[in-house]
Ligand binder design. Structure first.
Ligand SMILES: C[S@@+](CC[C@H](N)C(=O)[O-])C[C@H]1O[C@@H](n2cnc3c(N)ncnc32)[C@H](O)[C@@H]1O
Length: 175
């Protein structure tokens, strides 16, 4: 089962649907009424709202996880992102010029995209600035524990200064 709140993303994903793979448009705090061996939260799909929503998401993950199940959360390494922030850039795609600006205010990391295609468009993406410790604090509330971290998709060790990603392998704690 794959889920996302974006109907467009789900419509696209449904092209790959088959007997053992289905997709559903839903908020990540909503319950699918199943228990899973593994739950993935991939490609920075966390931290778009606030702390309360994050806690509800983790509670929801915990209740849908089998006792010996595993959670994989793939988030950005916000320290690396902030230290390497491209403040401003322009990309030209299909003759359209996209102005991209990035900034951080300590709570969120922002990406803003402006372009003109007969009229002006403006999009803002805002993701919470969450560290490994922030995730660990959330998880202790729900009997979940980070047992391993990786820093990129080649599964190199997580290094807070140099890793692009913060990939966490999470299990229910035995205590
Ligand atoms: C950076 S994109 C990652 C792309 C997507 N997960 C993928 O695997 O291709 C973040 C995704 O998180 C989804 N998302 C953001 N907030 C969400 C929420 N509250 N509930 C469910 N999905 C959410 C967005 O719709 C978007 O598709």
């Amino acid at each position: 089962m794959g889920t996302d709140k974006s109907l467009n993303n789900i419509k696209k994903a449904k092209a790959s649907q088959n007997q053992s793979l289905s997709f559903l448009q839903m908020e990540m705090i909503d319950n699918t009424n199943h228990k899973y061996d593994v739950i993935f939260n991939l490609f920075t799909s966390f931290g778009y709202v606030n702390h309360d929503y994050n806690l509800k998401t983790i509670k929801n993950i915990e209740r849908q996880l089998k006792d010996d199940g595993t959670v994989i959360v793939d988030f950005m390494n916000t320290l690396f992102v902030k230290n390497n922030l491209v403040i401003e850039e322009t990309k030209v795609i299909d003759n359209l010029s996209f102005k991209i600006e990035r900034r951080s205010d300590g709570k969120y990391i922002y990406k803003e995209i402006k372009f003109n295609d007969k009229k002006d468009y403006f999009f803002q993406e805002k993701v919470m600035d969450l560290s490994l410790n922030d995730f660990k604090k959330y998880l202790t509330r729900y009997n979940l524990k980070v047992i391993k971290t990786f820093g990129d998709y080649n599964l190199n060790e997580f290094d807070i200064e140099n890793s692009e990603r913060l990939i966490m392998v999470i299990k229910k704690s035995q205590s």
